[in-house]
Structure formats: structure tokens, C-alpha cells
Write a protein that binds this ligand. Structure first.
Ligand SMILES: Nc1ncnc2c1ncn2[C@@H]1O[C@H](COP(=O)(O)OP(=O)(O)O)[C@@H](O)[C@H]1O
Ligand SMILES: [Mg+2]
Length: 283
């Protein structure tokens, strides 16, 4: 089991949507944790499972990182996380994030203990993979602590020139900051009509940058792997932020998420998958 940090460099390429889509089809037990310092979106987007939320159809914004922070001052054990999680109507467990960037300012101390608790949850027989939506990364972000504890960092980008240029800078900075830390992978959000070409183009740019750095005598950086692509699919994204249903399973977004989830889970755990990817997902 693994802690996987999902993030972007700039813009809103679709990290939260990807976290939910990957969580929905993840082949093993999974928790999606909203760690975005700019504030979370899940409570506005996704309905709660009324069976586990005292009959309410809405996620409770005060149960999640906020309630966890209130109890974590004196230390945080991995087994304490579960009581702050909520379940979505489709059956996916989530830890909802803070509601505003202002709240994040007083909580920078939390990321260290929280990252170690996530890692403990994933590694010490807790039996779940943790997908941490870290939002946008910047230089010296307090979330770098979480990235260092992660088993893999996955950066999301759209295939536009400017996003790829920013991604390239972030990858260079990150592989330096995380030296000896987790591998960095990239997932490209691309138009289904030129999906393969977009993924290949981002791969080409990143490989070229690495080769140039090495040719200039820079310290060789860890290879950054392009893990695959997620479809830009407005209909799928819209369906995913509503009441989940059977049609969602056939959307390009979910079909591509299934491939990325399987690639990622396979890379992180070379043992056979604990359970086959459920054909119907968590819908
Ligand atoms: N794969 C996708 N296909 C189409 N639209 C998407 C996709 N992912 C995200 N979006 C849209 O882009 C906007 C930002 O998405 P979000 O997931 O919140 O991004 P981020 O977490 O990177 O800020 C939302 O309006 C969302 O519906
Ligand atoms: Mg987000």
C-alpha cells in the first residue's frame, strides 16, 4: 500500500477531478485526502452517503482536516484518521480539506505529522492506499513535507505549451528538492482526439530537458516518467461531480482513469493486485 501525492504546478489542470476519478476506480482500498492549501472543493461538489452521514446528503465541512487538526496537536496516530473521514454516495472514502486558504496559514505545522500518519496508514497494515490531492505546489511549500513522505509524486498537466513549460521548471526544482525521495510521474490531461500525440509530446519535452541538463554537466536527475493520460471530457467531469451512476463508467474520463489507476497501482506494488479492478467501479 502506498501514499501517492497528486499535484500541479500552475493553473487548475484538474487535479481534484483526477483524484476523485482515480479513487472511484482504484483497484485496492483507497482514501482520497484533500490537502490543497488553497481550500478544498469536495464538500461543494460531491454528495455524502446518507447511510454514513446521519441522513444528510451533504459532506460535513467541519469533519475532515479541520477536526483532525484540533486533535492532532498532541500527536497523530494513523488509526486516528478514520474517524475524520466521510464516505461519498458512491462508496469512496474521503478526508475533506480546509475550506479556505486563510485556514491553511495557521495549519502549516500539521503537514509533517499528517504526512507521517498517512504513510503509517498506507504502510503499517492499515491496508489502504492514500491519494493526497496537494493542489498547486510552489517553491518551499509546506506540502513538500508530504511529498517527501510519499511513495510517488504525480504531477498533472494539460498539454498546452505554457503548462508544459511550467511543469518542466517544477519537475527540475522538485527532483532537486526531493533528491533521494520518491519518484516523480506525470499524467497529461488531453483532448481525446489527439490523446496519444499529446502524451508523447509531453514525454518528449521532459526527456529532452533531462538530457540537456545532464549534457551540461548537471547532476543527473531521477528520470521522470510520463504515466499516461486522462481524457479531457467535460461531460465525464460533470457526471463525476454529481450523483454517480452507471453512465459514468462509460465516460472517456473514467475509462482513461482506469488505465492510469492500474499503471500507478501496478508500479507501486509489484505484488499481484489485492482485488481485480471492479468492473463497475465505485459507482
Ligand atoms: N478531465 C477533465 N475533463 C474536463 N474538464 C475537467 C477535467 N478535469 C477538470 N475539469 C474541469 O476543470 C475545472 C478545474 O478542475 P479541478 O479538478 O477542480 O482542477 P484543480 O484541482 O487542478 O484545480 C473544473 O471546472 C472541472 O470540471
Ligand atoms: Mg483542486
Amino acid at each position: 500500500m502506498a501514499l501517492i501525492a497528486l499535484a500541479a504546478d500552475k493553473g487548475a489542470p484538474g487535479v481534484t477531478t483526477a483524484a476523485v476519478a482515480l479513487g472511484a476506480v482504484w483497484p485496492r482500498p483507497v482514501l482520497v485526502a484533500e490537502c490543497d492549501q488553497a481550500g478544498g472543493d469536495l464538500v461543494y461538489r460531491l454528495p455524502a452517503d446518507p447511510a454514513t452521514s446521519d441522513g444528510s446528503a451533504m459532506l460535513n465541512p467541519s469533519r475532515g482536516l479541520l477536526s483532525l487538526a484540533a486533535t492532532a496537536r498532541r500527536g497523530l496516530r494513523p488509526d486516528q484518521i478514520a474517524e475524520h473521514c466521510q464516505r461519498l454516495v458512491g462508496g469512496l472514502d474521503v478526508l475533506v480539506g480546509i475550506t479556505s486558504a486563510e485556514q491553511a496559514q495557521g495549519m502549516t505545522w500539521l503537514w509533517g505529522p499528517l504526512s507521517r500518519a498517512f504513510r503509517g496508514l498506507a504502510h503499517e497494515g492499515g491496508g489502504v492506499d492514500v491519494l493526497a490531492d496537494c493542489g498547486r505546489l510552489g517553491a518551499g511549500s509546506p506540502l513538500n513535507e508530504l511529498l517527501r513522505e510519499a511513495d510517488m509524486v504525480v504531477l498533472f498537466t494539460r498539454a498546452t505549451l505554457e503548462q508544459v513549460a511550467h511543469l518542466r521548471e517544477r519537475v527540475t526544482a522538485l527532483t532537486g528538492e526531493l533528491r533521494g525521495g520518491p519518484p516523480v510521474g506525470v499524467v497529461v490531461l488531453a483532448d481525446p482526439r489527439d490523446f496519444r500525440a499529446s502524451v508523447a509530446e509531453v514525454d518528449r519535452v521532459l526527456t529532452g530537458t533531462r538530457q540537456r541538463m545532464e549534457a551540461r554537466g548537471g547532476v543527473p536527475s531521477a528520470p521522470v516518467t510520463v504515466l499516461g493520460g486522462l481524457a479531457l471530457d467535460p461531460k465525464g467531469a460533470e457526471l463525476l461531480s454529481g450523483q454517480w451512476g452507471g453512465r459514468l463508467d462509460r465516460t472517456l474520463l473514467v475509462r482513461s482513469a482506469r488505465e492510469v489507476a492500474s499503471t500507478l497501482a501496478g508500479r507501486l506494488d509489484r505484488s499481484p493486485l489485492a482485488e481485480p479492478i471492479p468492473a463497475e467501479g465505485r459507482f
